[in-house]
Design a protein around this ligand. Structure first.
Ligand code: LLP
Length: 453
């Protein structure tokens, strides 16, 4: 099993390919046939690639650490069908809201293999998690220590918890997806002493069983050193806990964040590139501190689902504008936009697009791909070269759109969110249906006002 570090899903093929694309098929389902059957825009998920990626991370984890635990980060993309695959693949699940937990439970995902994250879990969400019997709750604030302890005590349970620590690592990624420097809302700072206080408070709670420490340094990270530095600081925290409280915590969870390719020039960070290095650092640090090597967990989301999915759009209109320097820019408008891919507008994320329904040998021109929202910033790709004969009805494929696309989709401008289709061995099926206007209208209520006392 080879791990693909390119932006394309493993079973994506381009017939008569040139730099602009060609006739694209995924798992032998052509983009044209898929959009004819299921409409557009469309998220097309390569199911076999998904399983291969899960297995590659699992295998590298097992080879690097005995008994390592793989959690899939549901926030990157989850639906009932995907939760079922994850269950069959025998991995664990990281959820961070009652909504994500509800999807997992609807898929009959075993609660003991779920961990529950979040910096502001409500009492109702904690009650839901405790009564479902989740394997662990990741504690993120002092308020929450009391909250979880109270809920567990009322339920007559001893709840396994991790404490989320902030190791003070500056991850080299966009500020909004960097999570482990000091000035963030997540976790307890190791440097300020808050981490040790939180651990002490958890240990003092009868209804909590502190099983380890957690950190997540950020997302879309390519440098192994960010992960190793965080791991070193977490091992030091485990040693400090042992020295102060005489207790060796059995688990260390280092979160997700492994970067993927979005353009042809980028290369994903591979599991067998990062995990053996991380394992060596953790083992060396534990040996130095005379600690037993804890059970290691990781929580990739993007690295598993991101490259599996290609979004197919249909071109609706094109137009040319004259720039100040007299050159032309061609705008290509597709039938989606910032509602199913907010990442370019929110993080300045870059993507690639390929002609998907035919091969064009026309001259290339500078193009900007935009959505159909009433917003100037509704830009999917700022500038790329595409053939000048692209016309309404052509299909464009955006690879590597499986993570944080559908999961962050909105209904801005009352746009129904697109379907997700799983493809495998020449067959396609809906795993998340397209919303329709009736779905959106179903939320509208015409009610007689009621006085509230
Ligand atoms: N674990 C924790 C605690 C997390 O907060 C996250 C992501 C992950 C794991 C998974 O990270 P991944 O392996 O997928 O990078 N919306 C942003 C990404 C936000 C990530 C939030 N937390 C984006 O589109 O880039």
């Amino acid at each position: 099993m080879s791990y693909s570090t390119s932006l394309f899903s493993k079973n994506l093929k381009i017939e008569n390919e040139n730099d602009f694309g060609g006739t694209i098929s995924i798992a032998s389902c052509s983009a044209t046939a898929l959009t004819k059957e299921f409409g557009s825009p469309l998220f097309v998920l390569d199911q076999a690639d998904f399983a291969d990626r899960v297995n590659a991370w699992q295998q590298a984890l097992t080879q690097s650490f005995t008994g390592g635990k793989l959690y899939y980060a549901a926030k990157s993309f989850i639906c009932v069908e995907v939760a079922k695959w994850l269950n069959e693949l025998n991995v664990n699940l990281d959820v961070c809201t009652g909504g994500e937990l509800a999807v997992a439970l609807a898929a009959e995902f075993p609660a003991k293999r779920i961990e529950f994250h979040g910096n502001n879990k409500s009492v109702a969400e904690i009650e839901m998690a405790v009564s479902a019997g989740v394997g662990a709750i990741v504690i993120d604030s002092f308020v929450e220590i009391e909250r979880v302890a109270q809920v567990a005590a009322t339920a007559g349970k001893k709840q396994n918890v991790y404490v989320r620590l902030t190791p003070g690592v500056e991850a080299h990624t966009h500020e909004f997806i960097s999570t482990a420097h000091e000035d963030v809302k997540f976790g307890f700072s190791i440097a300020s002493g808050a981490a040790m206080q939180a651990i002490e408070k958890c240990l003092a709670q009868e209804s909590l069983n502190l099983i380890g420490v957690h950190c997540h340094i950020g997302s879309q990270i390519f440098e192994v050193t960010g992960f190793t530095l965080a791991a070193q600081r977490l091992v030091a925290a485990l040693a400090a806990v042992r020295d102060k409280f005489g207790k060796e915590l059995p688990e260390l969870n280092i979160g997700g964040g492994y970067g993927i390719a979005y353009t042809k020039n980028e290369k994903a960070i591979a599991p067998d590139e990062v995990l053996p290095v991380l394992a060596k650092v953790i083992k060396d640090e534990c040996a130095k501190a005379n600690l037993k090597v804890p059970t290691i967990s990781i929580e990739p989301g993007r690295a598993i689902v991101g490259p599996t999915t290609t979004t197919i759009y249909e071109v609706g209109t094109t137009k040319s504008v004259t720039l100040e320097d007299g050159t032309q820019r061609r705008y290509i408008s597709v039938d989606g936009g910032m509602s199913e891919n907010i990442r370019p507008a929110l993080y300045g994320a870059t993507y690639s697009a390929f002609l998907a329904n035919r091969t064009s040998t026309a001259k290339s021109i500078s193009s900007r791909i935009v959505g159909k929202h009433c917003e100037t910033g509704d830009i999917l790709i700022f500038d790329l070269q595409l053939p000048e004969d692209i016309a309404p009805g052509d299909l464009l494929a955006f690879p590597a759109t499986g993570a944080y696309g559908r999961s962050m989709a909105s209904n801005y401008n009352h746009m129904p969110r697109p379907a997700v289709i799983a493809v495998k061995d020449g067959a396609a099926r809906t795993i998340l249906r397209r919303e329709n206007q009736a779905d959106l209208l179903s939320l509208d209520v015409i009610e007689v006002p009621r006085r509230l006392s």
